[in-house]
Design a protein around this ligand. Structure first.
Ligand SMILES: Cc1cc2nc3c(=O)[nH]c(=O)nc-3n(C[C@H](O)[C@H](O)[C@H](O)COP(=O)(O)O)c2cc1C
Length: 364
């Protein structure tokens, strides 16, 4: 069931990069939620290609249609099917790649696994698949905001070697992030990041980067130890996004250089609840949320499809020079921001709904 995610709020995505449409079926969405296309479109439009010079030139409006599961703008509790049509397909761009697996893309591994693959684009491995994630994530995000006042905000924290200064996790908003097309809230590095991406785009090359994310107003007690610890679910969700190569939560790898006396998060009374004075844990201990903000960072590699000539071999092992055609992202991180938020929303809502089921017998 490789295209399914979630246990109570369950999503099932479908579609390839150049088929007729891509989308998702959500099963388990509560009834009575006001839901119209505009609720979903905002995040899809932040994800869509062609939104700025920094992204691929593929022109897609990515207009979502709700096919089922709502009536008069309210959810019925039945499966919600969401669809986006692929409009700007150019299969001819992929002629060479029928016989040559792109280095570091998924052509070779899909062929090894299935013995057949979509003839153009990345098929299922394409970032078009994330339309299903983002559409269903937007629904989850709405429920989290309205029922739990949970806020999920992601932003670009580095592009290649250019790093943003640390951002205040408690005040960052999506509006602030969207003030620039690069989606980096540190004005000191925005131009450097932009210049690097444009230079590489012109040179037919690409670069990686990182996306950071914070989840605020998380109640203590969410998460399912031991194999479905909250950080393990978040890591799984984030590493399911194409082009991801790393995940770190809280102090992450930097924490390995600290002593316990520096790294521990002492408890304190915060209003009516126990909180911590520092947050090196990233809001999770023992796989369970502790009531502090959850924050993590994801590494994205440089996109594999570059138009510079590359020495490689075809499927028969014959040496060839591949010069990929087509329109590709020189850096995925500006478009990855809403994808990260959406995957986080799917994890948090499903985890919160599992905890609701447990509360029936809980004391206090
Ligand atoms: C928003 C987004 C856009 C992407 N655009 C491209 C692209 O234009 N060209 C490309 O080769 N890879 C692109 N990728 C990455 C590939 O989908 C991914 O590298 C490929 O499927 C191989 O999977 P892996 O990198 O996770 O191993 C994109 C990824 C994301 C998240």
């Amino acid at each position: 069931m490789s295209s399914n995610f979630g246990t109570i709020f369950k999503v099932s995505t479908f579609g390839e990069s150049h088929c007729k449409s891509v989308g998702v079926v959500i099963d388990g969405c509560p009834p009575g939620l006001p839901l119209v296309e505009d609720d979903i479109q905002v995040q899809l439009s932040r994800r869509r290609p062609g939104q700025s010079k920094l992204t691929t030139d593929r022109k897609e409006q990515d207009a979502v249609v709700i096919l089922s599961g709502t009536e008069n703008g309210v959810t019925l509790g039945s499966p919600i099917a969401l669809k986006v049509n692929n409009l700007d397909q150019r299969p001819s761009d992929y002629g060479d790649m029928e016989t040559i697996p792109r280095p570091s893309h998924a052509d070779f591994t899909y062929m090894a696994k299935y013995g057949i693959k979509a003839s153009s684009g990345g098929g299922r491995s394409s970032a078009r698949e994330t339309i299903g994630t983002v559409s269903s994530g937007a629904v989850a995000d709405k429920i989290l905001r309205e029922k739990y006042h949970m806020e999920i905000v992601a932003w670009v924290s580095s592009v290649g070697p250019v790093e943003a200064a640390p951002i205040d996790h408690e005040t960052i908003t999506r509006d602030i992030v969207d003030q620039t097309d690069i989606r980096c809230p540190d004005p000191g590095v925005v131009e450097q990041m932009r210049a690097l991406i444009m230079e590489l785009k012109d040179a037919g090359d690409s670069t990686g980067g990182t996306v950071s994310c914070v989840i605020r107003n998380v109640p203590a007690g969410l998460g399912e130890p031991v194999y479905e610890k909250l950080e393990a679910k978040l890591a799984q969700a984030m590493l399911a996004i194409p082009a991801t190569k790393g995940f770190e939560i809280g102090s992450g790898f930097a924490g390995t250089k600290q002593r316990g006396s520096e790294h521990n998060d002492p408890f304190t009374l915060k209003g009516a609840r126990l909180g911590t004075t520092t947050n090196n844990s990233g809001g999770i201990q023992g796989g369970i949320s502790n009531g502090e903000s959850i924050y993590f960072k994801i590494a994205f590699k440089p996109p594999a499809t570059i138009s510079q000539p590359q020495q490689t071999v075809d499927y028969d092992g014959k040496p060839v020079t591949l010069q990929a055609k087509g329109r590709h992202d020189p850096c995925v991180v500006p478009r990855a921001v809403p994808i990260v938020e959406s995957m986080a929303a799917l994890v948090m809502l499903d985890t919160a709904m599992r905890q609701e089921a447990r509360k029936v017998f809980m004391r206090g």
